[in-house]
Design a protein around this ligand. Sequence first.
Ligand code: F6P
Length: 550
Amino acid sequence: MNTDGRTRLNRTPEWSALTEHREELGGVRLRELFAADPSRARRYVVRVGDLHVDYSKHLVTDETLALLRELAEATGVFGLRDAMFRGERINTTEDRAVLHTALRAPREAVVEVDGENVVPAVHAVLDRMADFAGRVRSGEWTGHTGRPIRNVVNIGIGGSDLGPAMAYEALRAYTDRALTFRFVSNVDGADLHEAIRDLDPAETLFVVASKTFTTVETVTNATSARSWLLAGLGGDEKAVARHFVALSTNADEVAGFGIDTANMFEFWDWVGGRYSYDSAIGLSLMIAIGPDRFREMLEGFRIVDEHFRTAPAEANAPLLMGLLGVWYNNFLDAQSHAVLPYSHYLSKFPAYLQQLDMESNGKYVGRDGREVEWQTGPVVWGTPGTNGQHAYYQLIHQGTKLIPADFIGFAEPVAELSDELKAQHDLLMANFFAQTQALAFGKTPDEVRGEGVPEELVPHKTFKGDHPTTTILARELTPSVLGQLVALYEHKVFVQGAIWNIDSFDQWGVELGKVLARRVEPALTEGADVPGLDPSTAALVAAYRELRGR
Ligand code: F6P
């Protein structure tokens, strides 16, 4: 038994049953599964909110799904889920509650952390954000020289960048087009340079987003932005108060940086960075789309939260997606998972999910402090599907790796497109459906021969098929639908972390690199000796200094 009282995952009867089942199933073919059960296309569908989630093109049977649900039951997924919603400290290595779900709880809800209802504070911040966003959007909030704000530059990294930047892009059609939005994350000075080079400081608002307010990339960029602003506005320090706001949990550091805490929008340590763009971290997004649309997005999150909390296991979309991932990752040796949106507006969604999934579940130590003996989180990757078709889909179709994929598409193009551009939508979606069809069912050698293909080319033109996909379809990419999609993946990641018995809410693995960077920097700038620097890195540092003429 583990220290947490749980038998090790790979020694449970449920795990063994799945291992045996995999042997029995052998090289199951999707063509056969559909032939044996034509109702599969109808039965293997879950509706959640506006999302139509079709998992019929997976290498699973009713028995596979039942065994996976038993694994979820045996590993305590439902108990941990309920503990999360109740505000218990399930992030044990940091001794914190995990309550991103409270960020979208309705005003009248009660969610307690240590006996205190956190919902009033959540709504107080949302109201302050709405007031501020409204004033920026209307031009009432002016810069130091009295001119209205026309440009908003979000400075943050990781969850303080990927979420707002992804959502801004996703909801671009809903944004105030009179305002310009830029997102700066990279400590490479080029990022900030390109973001501000054509902006007028008198009309620019910097939104400094950092949960800790100690992240060196963000603080460095914010410091440079401040210098640029002051240089452009005649050096009057008072300008900072009109042009800088902070989004953070750390009032002391915000004040220490020189931002008045009256211009700070707060969130709490029970919100993980990668789960935070529906908190104050979403301020830039709220300025872009307006408070009402932002609240619609929160409503979308809430729909899926409720579904995850209450839907039966057989029809629980995040649970099913999590279980399917476990099936491929742990029983069919898949190493990665592709997310392929057929929407230009979701171009940043895969990158956002990379942090959500890989920072959450990229762990080799379990909640019991012992090394796991099973695979944990997959490599998550992807880009908009149509572009991928002309780049890496070859490998998905005919390569040697099993790559389960999610296809995300919409029935309606965005309303503001011209009629001619709207007409392109059916072509986009024809590709969407054709690709999952080709991936699932392929093309047999006989079908290839039937097209008159010369025998020597038949193997090259054969598609084996049986590449599993989930299809997620909605009518339109609205703020609510975006919230639903994000919550769907948040809870999928939760399910997998619970099964693998890892803490999905810490991220100790990013610390070592940060510490070493701090140690190496003086060697680059001043040639300082770094005690204990390994010979490989020392040689690289020397080469760098030589190239810089130092
Ligand atoms: O280094 C990783 C990380 O801590 C992420 O988890 C987080 O989203 C990012 O850095 C930014 O952190 P902060 O919001 O505190 O600046």
